[in-house]
Every structure is written in C-alpha cells, then in structure tokens.
Design a protein around this ligand. Sequence first.
Ligand code: SF4
Length: 324
Amino acid sequence: MSEAKGRNLLPEKIRVGVSACLLGNEVRFDGGHKRSRFITDELAEYFDFVSYCPEVAIGMGIPRQPIRLVGDPDSPQAVGVRDPELNVTGPLRDYGRDVAGKIADLRGFIFKKDSPSCGMERVKLYNDKGMAERVVAGLFAKELMAANPLLPVEEEGRLNDADLRDNFVTRVYVYARWKELQDGQPDKAALIRFHSRHKYLVLAHSTVMYQRLGQMLSDLNQQPFEEICTTYISGLMQALSRPATRKRHTNVLQHLLGYLKDNLDSAHRTDLAETIDAYRRGEYPLVVPLRLLQHHFSIHPHPYIDEQVYLNPHPQALRLRNTL
Ligand code: SF4
C-alpha cells in the first residue's frame, strides 16, 4: 500500500474480513442471506472483503438445521435447535482457531450480529429451561478475537450507529497504517512520526491515553524497541476503541483553530470559533467546522497540521462525519 499525495493520508483498498451472508451470499441455514447495503454498496469501494461462513465451512450444508448456544457462558455449546444431539462446538472452534491464525493480512472484521457462530457479543445463550440471556460471543468470532486482539472488529447491526460506524472505519485505517509501518521495519524516528500524525485523533478519543502514549514515546531507550512498538499499538487501539465525543472533538477543533490565529483576520477567526461552538451545541455536524478548518489550512498551510490524520481519517466520500 502506498499513500496518496498531499492531504490524503489514506492507504489504498484494505482487506477486511466479513461474515459471508452480509455480502449477500446465500449461505444462511434457510438458504437466504443478510446483505448489508452499507457493506456492499459503500464500504466495498474501499475495503477488499474476504468472506467466511464458518457453518458452511465445517460442512453443515445449505439449507441446514439452525443451531443455538447452550450451557456454561464460559464454555457454551453449539447444538441443533431441533435436534440437541447435533453438537458442532468442536468443529466451529477448530475452524475459528484455524482461520484466526491465517488472517494476518486482514485489517478489520465485520461480524453478523446475533449468530451463535459469528456474533461478536450479546449472542443468546439458552439454559436448560429454554430461557435465553444475551451474554456470549459466537464461537467462531470468539476464537478470531482472542487470537487477534488488535484487529478492529464490529457487527453490522452496530454499523447503523453513526458514532460506531465512524469509529470502526477509523480504527481499520489506523490499523492498516500501522501494519504498513511495521512492514517497512520502522526505526525510532518513523514511530515518532506515526504517533505525531495521530496525536489529534487520539485526543478526540481519550485525553488520558493521549498523555500516556506521549509519555511512552518520550524515552525510547528504556525498553527494547519492539516491546515499545507492541505496547504503543496496543495502547493506541485501546484509546481509539472508545468512541470520540462531541466535547472531545470540540477540544481538538479549538486546538486546530489555534494554529490559524496568526493567519486569520478577526472576522474569519470569529466565524470559525462560532462555527466550532455551534458544533459543540449540536447545531452542526462535525463535517461543517472540519471543512471550514480545511479551507483555511489550504490557504495557510501548516506542515504539522497537514499531516494530521484527524482531518482525514477515512475517505470523505463515505460521508461518515456528516451525521456526527
Ligand atoms: S452468520 Fe456466519 S455462520 Fe451464519 S450464515 Fe452468516 S456467515 Fe454463515
């Protein structure tokens, strides 16, 4: 992957895993699918999807008896809904472990919600009285997430929420940039530059992590470099997994305004400050103050701000910040 020129700091098409039924593949127990238009019509422009249907992969066939999870929440069993003697727990786990070890090229994964195989969380677990609680992950998803804790994951149902959608796509792009950096065998200067570009993005998610990551990189001689990289990316992905808030976005926008204060006349400064304040009050979506800032930075470029991922975390055509 290479970076486009200028302000566009985004990698090219990114490989992301997905539950096959979400692409419109007719692999469900009843021969149907659960196509997600957002995935197939919008994200597919930017993500190169790699599909998995664990139930078909373990030979259950199409159509097939539906399964559900029963028993101990720490070790749920996947059994047939009509025939509880059908138990596919072992094959689903084994397939999950097998796939989990082969997805180093993926930069994210979108799971089908509620599935006893693919659900990321809050999948129904039935007790022996037939009562269900939403407490566990699907067996396939659980193995993938356990073996790949840094991999950005999300469910298609949660992608209907504007904050979670923006958050997931942002994390996929950050993770893709990180892997690209790692592939180039970075030195200390490259790590510092990577962090520097992501500073305002992190600040929009967590002030504590913004400070902690900065401290972590303030002395790169304390630990072996590889250990620092491992701790750093773990902290960064943890920080980003917490959705950014309107309050924190406002804080970042005001920081960015500070870089323009010597270049703008008082009328433009006031206009920008009022636009940021209107965003804070919920009168404008995030895209409005951002576009205004970008407009001013295009006239008064600043090398540090020009590199900030915050201004351009994912393709603008996805319009993810139009509803934030
Ligand atoms: S939820 Fe998972 S197991 Fe079920 S049909 Fe979709 S891809 Fe297959």
